[in-house]
Design a protein around this ligand. Structure first.
Ligand code: FES
Ligand SMILES: [Fe+2]
Length: 382
């Protein structure tokens, strides 16, 4: 058989030039996750999000419709709003107080008669962007004329879990955001590396049967599903750390990733996001949010995860993590700590003259698929 080869050079993971091209050609031309629907629930609520080279904000209008605009004042371009907030009626630029209504119209210019004799405010509204809602999340796209998010997700939809996502409450204390000292593609490649599941996570992911995982790319998006391991699945209600969010017969883990870097983790007891945000060639932020059946049961689940019976190898794990020992990521019992550790250790080697990438396993084939997609987008062949 012909073994697959890695497609990207080392510089793709280290250089500013690659980073800039990806920001321009990929992250500025795709749907970006912004937030959950409940984050913008009332008229006047707004949030801003970076979509490649574009800063975009979403605001709910008085008609309760969501609208997205480029966060650029039509006077001299100053960003109108920061992060998250709420306004009653209007958005005022901090620089010279030009003011826009929630529909993006320019409604007031200070000293208009004296300073801007004869300007036509109706031509100076905010530039629109696209906004859409999918699976309990709000997404934006810099191009207002792009298709819908459903079109973008396309044939991935039937490969997702049967979760009624917008009916599940978020457990806010579980919200995390952390930086990984690695290129964003290293983080994605780790997410879609099926080979590592039984090794790096031998103690933390033994609830699932990785040998039976089914995975493939559907267009530019990645689909992944695996069933519970025999022991874990024998009594899924009793074994799951949280109350089930889907019928027990359908238990399993769906771990898809929308291109680029929008990961979901959908299991029988949680539904979570894994949003990859490139910050610099060798620095990436990941944001996780988690939905469960009932937000008040989280503490109970944490206790279950800490207990010996959960980790004592009863689901076939190779070793017993020690959640009290947080210093060593490899025995912390923390799946995320294991992934961060592996990504950072891998990134460290890239600049060594002795670095040479080795053969690709079957379970790593998605990594090659992702590298090909990156190349296609950068070459305009998407
Ligand atoms: S830049 Fe916004 S009012 Fe001048
Ligand atoms: Fe992992």
């Amino acid at each position: 058989m012909t073994r697959m080869m890695h497609k990207l050079p080392v510089s793709a993971y280290t250089s500013q030039d690659w980073f800039d091209r990806e920001q321009r050609e990929i992250f500025s031309k795709t749907w970006r996750y912004a937030c959950f629907i409940e984050d913008i629930a009332e008229p006047g609520d707004y949030i801003s999000v970076q979509a490649g080279l574009n800063n975009i904000f979403i605001v709910m209008g008085h008609d309760r419709r969501l609208r997205a605009f480029h966060n650029i004042c039509r006077h001299r371009g100053t960003q109108l709003i920061r992060a998250v907030g709420k306004t009653k009626k209007a958005l005022t630029c901090p620089y010279h107080d030009w003011t826009y209504d929630l529909d993006g119209n320019l409604i007031s210019v200070p000293d208009e008669k004296r300073e801007f004799e004869g300007i036509d405010k109706s031509c100076l509204g905010l530039k629109p962007a696209a906004v859409d809602v999918w699976r309990g999340m709000i997404f934006v796209h810099p191009d207002p004329d792009t298709g819908s998010i459903t079109e973008w997700v396309g044939d991935l939809e039937p490969k997702l879990g049967p979760h009624a996502v917008d009916k599940l409450p978020e457990y806010k204390d579980a919200r995390t955001s952390y930086e990984i000292k690695a290129n964003w593609k290293i983080v994605v490649e780790n997410y879609i590396d099926v080979y590592h599941l039984s090794h790096l996570h031998s103690g933390t992911l033994s609830m699932y049967d990785h040998a039976k995982a089914k995975y493939k790319f559907v267009g530019t998006h990645y689909a992944f599903w695996e069933p519970p391991s025999e022991r874990y699945g024998a009594d899924i209600k009793a074994n799951a750390p949280y109350p089930l969010v889907i019928p027990s017969e359908q238990a399993g883990a769906w771990v898809p990733m929308l291109f680029p870097g929008i990961g979901l983790a959908e299991t029988e007891s949680i539904w979570a996001t894994f949003i990859v945000k490139p910050l610099a060639p060798e620095l990436t932020r990941v944001e996780n949010r988690v939905r469960v059946a009932n937000a008040s049961i989280w503490e109970f689940g944490k206790q279950a995860l800490r207990s010996n019976s959960f980790w004592s190898g009863s689901f076939g794990g190779k070793y017993k993590p020690d959640p009290e020992n947080k210093d060593d990521p490899m025995t912390s019992g923390d799946l995320v700590a294991e992934d961060i550790y592996a990504c950072e250790q891998q990134q460290k080697s890239l600049k060594s003259p002795y670095f040479e990438v080795g053969p690709v396993s079957v379970g790593e084939s998605p990594i090659i698929g992702h590298q090909e997609i990156i190349l296609n987008w950068l070459e305009g062949k998407k």
